[in-house]
Design a protein around this ligand. Structure first.
Ligand code: 0RA
Length: 712
């Protein structure tokens, strides 16, 4: 794939940016829009489309507009799927005309004996005519889109079709769907070539004439009175063309945008195997080779490409007749079943599953998997709300049996790849089993009620959860101070020692075996993961109290991750808080003050100065600017008796101080944790727990600062 000048497209485009020719015998619809008697049948035929465009192309917005291009391209792709076309060209002209050219067999032009109408004319002017004339096997155009070229014609002020067939070039032009002349012969290909006409401007608009022995060229201009916009997005079209090229191996698709004189070419020798390879490049592929197979069975063409990577995510994309079946369907079900079965059979035969009771589960086999399942079905049934799920029940069995055979053979023939895949699956299975065992023992259903509260927990006397608070305190010594300083009526204290563990899925079991985490879950009373029940929450405020340093922020982040991943309602319900201990205790004469950040420190210094008679303009100093505060501090210290006691850790405060500064509801500030944007939060946590340590550290430091600015 590359961006290049238009020269690459070769001789089909004589020049770029050609101007519309002088008016010829056929006038453009912009000038004339009169309907006479001969129009009526056509207009009646296509009238529903113009009345309710949305019914046919989804909308009259940009998506509907691009649908027109897709429709015409899909007709050419059908010809490629039938095996008669290997080149498609798409051109966006300067005045929002679009041309699609293919080197297929050409739309048939023969006349129907009774109606005396050319097949081409019927295809272009009769709704749903495609079915009768077009029996070309697996049809992209028969699927989700597939409304037919006549719909595009109906919604275009101008259309021109050229067909190269049987040694001749044929053409017909339309305005708002109405033929402007009977399909006519422009000449024999030989004669036209001899005259040097092929590849030269033709018709109303100056586009090169089709220059193939066989092929179809369609040019259309979308009707501005129908569409909200008729300006095409190259990006949208390129994305679709790229996908089509991936899904149709060895089909070359050229795109040319006259508006900025750029072009792109797509061609994938390996089809979906190339696609998988590309998807995995950044993820660290497991093994060099992508598994690929293609098989035709009972008129179904089945293709699967897959490769594992070093990460954990699952990416299984599926297509039926080139339509992305976002909601899966029978082909995906068959694929998954076969994958699980084949890997289990292989592992059993090689005696790999000694410790894995019940063998691999489906989820184990899809960790770190990138796969594409693409199937061509003669009559696809699309189901569901969005029609993005393949229904055909027989497809499941076809995919399951053919893929299972091919994949089993691959595993036998590629022992190195097979070993790597097995190792990956095994780890996933072990993690799953360990997590389950841990869950079962730690938080067996009903066990929580029976389980005695942890000895480390200093519970409160109040039994109404809405009045109760649980302080999770970093370190035993701070825990001790908090226990003594608290209001035992409604405040409970649970000290947590050291850093709790990383909560990535693979380590869920370790985390649950961790004594601290176990205590925490039992103390909260809610259960965990699938068993989580917010109604059982014993304290409506869960307050994380850690040191005001990077380590403290790290522990807080790990706790947040634990809660977010496994007890999300706790976060979304607003039950989670961070306590905010002070950074300094300032003294000036008899005045004593707790300062929670540098901005407060600055204010304190300013107050001292103003008492001493010095006037300082407050605006001159930025809020919380550490350097300025330092300067100010030097200045003040040299003249007055000011001291700052820095509190690095909670442990440095005695119980009374801890109560005064951080726990007494009258004085304290709590920061409520909200998950406003779950997606963002998930990204953040993933990054925090990812392999790379540097960005994680940076993030925690930045986050630690940000968190100080959220106020309740
Ligand atoms: C019906 C029958 C045949 C070809 C096509 C339609 C056809 C349609 C389009 C639309 C765009 N490009 C196309 N190429 C072919 C086959 C006719 C035969 O048997 O030769």
């Amino acid at each position: 794939m590359h961006k290049s000048s238009n020269k690459r497209l070769g001789s089909y485009f004589v020049a770029s940016g050609l101007k519309p020719r002088e008016k010829t015998k056929v006038m453009d619809n912009n000038q004339s829009n009169t309907y006479n008697a001969s129009n009526i049948t056509v207009l009646e035929g296509l009238e529903p489309v113009r009345k309710r465009p949305g019914m046919y192309i989804g909308s009259t917005g940009p998506s509907g507009l691009h649908h027109l291009v897709r429709e015409i391209v899909d007709n050419s792709v059908d010809e490629a799927l039938a095996g008669f076309c290997n080149k498609i060209q798409v051109i966006i002209h300067k005045d929002n005309l679009v041309t699609v050219i293919d080197n297929g067999r050409g739309i048939p032009v023969d006349k129907h004996p009774k109606t005396k109408k050319s097949a081409l004319e019927v295809i272009m002017t009769v709704l749903h005519a495609g079915g009768k004339f077009d029996k070309r096997g697996y049809k992209v155009s028969g699927g989700l889109h597939g409304v037919g070229a006549s719909v595009v014609n109906a919604l275009s002020t101008y259309t021109r079709v050229e067909v190269a067939r049987d040694g001749q070039i044929y053409s017909q032009e339309y305005k708002v769907g109405k033929p402007q002349y009977d399909v006519r012969v422009e000449g024999t290909i030989e004669a036209l070539r001899f005259k040097g006409v092929l590849g030269k401007p033709t018709g109303d608009y100056a586009f090169p004439m089709l220059n193939y022995e066989n092929g179809t060229k369609t040019t259309f201009r979308a009707d501005e009175s129908i569409f909200e916009t008729t300006i095409y997005s190259a990006e949208t079209i390129l994305q679709q063309l790229r996908e089509i090229a991936f899904l149709t191996k060895k089909l070359s698709i050229d795109f040319y945008d006259e508006r900025d004189d750029t072009s792109r070419s797509f061609y994938f020798e390996g089809g979906i195997a190339s696609y998988v390879k590309q998807l995995n490049i950044r993820k660290g592929p497991l093994g060099a080779e992508v598994f690929y197979f293609e098989k035709e069975i009972a008129n179904h063409v089945i293709e699967v490409a897959l490769q594992y990577h070093k990460g954990f995510g699952e990416a299984v994309y599926s297509f039926a007749n080139n339509i992305n079946t976002v909601d899966g369907g029978s082909h995906v079900t068959g694929f998954r079943a076969a994958l699980t079965r084949t890997l289990n059979d292989y592992g059993t035969a090689k005696n790999i599953f000694k410790d894995i009771a019940g063998g691999l589960q489906g989820e184990d086999t899809r960790e770190g998997l990138t796969a594409i399942v693409s199937i061509k079905v003669p009559e696809p049934q699309f189901e569901g709300q969005t029609k993005a799920k393949l229904g055909n029940p027989d497809v499941r069995g076809h995919v399951e049996s053919t893929f299972a055979d091919a994949f089993a053979m691959y595993l036998e023939e590629h022992p190195a790849e097979a070993r790597a895949i097995m190792a990956k699956n095994l780890i996933a299975a072990q993690a799953r089993l360990a997590a389950k065992a841990a869950r079962d023992t730690v938080i067996r259903k009903g066990a929580l009620e029976g389980m005695t509260l942890p000895g480390k927990l200093a519970d409160c006397q109040e039994r109404d959860p809405s009045k109760c608070e649980l302080y999770i305190v970093e370190g035993d010594s701070a825990g001790g101070s908090a226990k003594q300083g608290r209001d035992r009526h409604f405040q409970a204290i649970l000290p947590i020692r050291g850093k709790i563990l990383n909560v990535e899925k693979a380590q869920l079991d370790k985390m649950l075996r961790n004594e601290e985490v176990k205590n925490l879950i039992i103390a909260m009373g809610t259960g965990f993961g699938e068993d989580f029940n917010l109604e059982k929450l014993r304290y409506h405020r869960i307050i994380i109290m850690t040191d005001a340093d990077v380590d403290g922020a790290h522990i807080a982040t790990l706790l947040l991750t634990l809660f977010y991943r496994n007890m999300e309602p706790l976060v979304t319900g607003g039950h989670l808080y961070l306590a905010k201990p002070p950074l300094y205790k300032a003294k000036h004469g008899k005045t004593e003050k707790w300062l929670y950040n540098d901005a407060e420190k600055r204010q304190f210094l300013l107050d001292v100065l103003s008492k001493g008679g010095e006037k300082i303009k407050v605006e001159e100093i930025a809020d919380g600017d550490a350097e300025v505060v330092e300067e100010l501090e030097e200045k003040v210290k040299s003249s007055s008796k000011v001291t700052f006691q820095r509190y690095k850790g909670l442990g440095e405060m005695n119980p009374i101080q801890l109560w005064d500064t951080t726990m007494n509801p009258k004085n304290r500030t709590l920061l409520q944790i909200k998950v406003e944007d779950a997606i963002l939060a998930d990204e953040v946590f993933t990054m925090l727990m990812g392999d790379e340590v540097a960005p994680r550290k940076q993030f925690i430091q930045r986050r630690a600062k940000e968190v100080q600015n959220i106020d309740v």
